[in-house]
Design a protein around this ligand. Structure first.
Ligand code: NAD
Ligand code: WQD
Length: 338
């Protein structure tokens, strides 16, 4: 029997498509909405190959209030996982209005659609970027948020604040806010993975694109930080582990195990990996020598950030299974295939 009908917004995207696979494998029915601004529907063909289930995608812009409300009226959703957002930090600095309009309006319309149709369970994609340049490590959910480093990060802080305010006055809304650290890697089948329409800027795809020859070389942005090898430290979390956390969060709401109607969770493996360690891991698991140089520091980079994810381990029963080697291995297999 189905555990419910879930609307996955941004279902054709990177984390959304991996989550759809996990939801189907754990008994949920899924409908996707994606305006294809940073994806195409090929990810859902990959989902169908992996699961045998063809998921319907509605090509709707969630910033369009009427179209979004209409979708909620047409289908009775038991829950929503809201991934859809613009996510490029650098781009957001140059296009703040586009980012605020897209990311804030989409969330507001989703909330309105849920309120109007009595849909109660919401999982929201937040980000470690809400912590800004924090010095408290590892970061727990109670670590104070600092000023965000970009308009993108600020949209995530604002979306969190919107949900805090709405949950305060709407006890029927049950929300879980997931703060992802650095998602990377691909499904082990290599049938889905990260396929951005924009040029990649995140470390894992930059590494694989360099290795396959799409880029001549890559830069390590600084090796003079106060870290064990001088390069920045991050918490890289495999996208398959991340995806499963969403299923567990829905189960947690279905089983009414939440302490409040607005719960926050960090999702990371709880350990830092430096840029140079990530490169070494890639070279070790693939046997491919990477052409990299040490460059200047990148503006806006924090020195080190990694999660304390004990709350998710304890309350959601979430245990990441993959490490940086698995991330590099699956990212490389996907790069070679796509
Ligand atoms: P993605 O770009 O691959 O997926 C987002 C999808 O949403 C895209 O397919 C895009 O076409 C769609 N979309 C965007 N605006 C829309 C709109 N107005 N209406 C309908 N569809 C829309 O991104 P992702 O990496 O899968 O990220 C998913 C979520 O996780 C985002 O909210 C992102 O901010 C958050 N997040 C991502 C990372 C990361 O590094 N990938 C880290 C932390 C948080
Ligand atoms: C990781 C490390 C770089 C590229 C971003 C967002 C954050 C969240 C996750 C959405 C850094 C270094 C990178 C390269 C390099 N996203 N690097 N050479 O900046 O930690 O986090 O994605 O919510 O909000 O800011 O991720 O993958 O860009 O960088 O040396 O060519 O790799 O300096 O130390 P970041 P990243």
């Amino acid at each position: 029997m189905s555990k419910g009908k879930i609307l996955v917004t941004g279902g054709c995207g990177y984390i959304g498509s991996h989550t759809i696979v996990d939801l189907i494998e754990h008994g949920y029915d899924v409908v996707s909405v994606d305006n294809l601004s940073n994806a195409d529907e090929s990810a859902l063909a990959g989902v169908a190959q992996i699961t045998g289930v063809k998921v319907k995608n509605h090509v709707i812009d969630l910033a369009d209030r009427e179209a979004t409300l209409q979708l909620f009226r047409e289908e009775a959703f038991t829950g929503v996982i809201h991934f859809a957002a613009l996510k490029h930090v650098g781009e957001s600095v140059h296009q703040p209005v586009r980012y605020y309009k897209n990311n804030l309006n989409s969330l507001l319309h989703v909330i309105e659609g849920m309120e109007e149709t009595g849909c109660q369970h919401l999982i929201f994609s937040s980000s470690c970027s809400v912590y800004g340049n924090t010095e408290e490590l590892p970061v727990t959910e109670t670590t104070p948020r600092q000023q965000a480093e970009s308009p993108y990060g600020r949209t995530k802080q604002m979306c969190e604040d919107i949900l805090f305010d709405v949950c305060r006055v709407s006890p029927e809304l049950q929300a879980v806010l997931l703060r992802y650290f650095n998602p990377a890697g691909a499904h082990p089948s290599s049938l889905i993975g990260e396929a951005p329409s924009n040029p990649a800027s995140n470390l894992a795809p930059v590494i694989t694109e360099t290795a396959i020859g799409k880029r001549k070389e890559m830069m390590v942005f600084g090796d003079d930080y106060d870290t064990r090898d001088g390069s920045c430290i991050r918490d890289y979390i495999h996208v398959v582990d991340l995806a499963h956390a969403h299923t567990l969060a829905l189960d947690y709401l279905r089983e009414n195990r939440q302490a409040s109607n607005c719960e926050l969770f960090n999702l990371g493996i709880g350990a830092g990996v430096s840029v140079l360690e990530a490169i070494k891991a890639f070279e070790a698991v693939t046997g491919v020598k990477l052409n990299y140089r040490i460059g200047e520091r990148r503006a806006g980079d924090v020195v080190a950030i990694y999660a304390n994810a004990e709350k998710a381990n304890r309350e959601l029963g979430w245990q990441p299974r993959y490490d940086i080697q698995d991330i590099m291995k699956t990212a490389w297999a996907w790069e070679q295939k796509r």
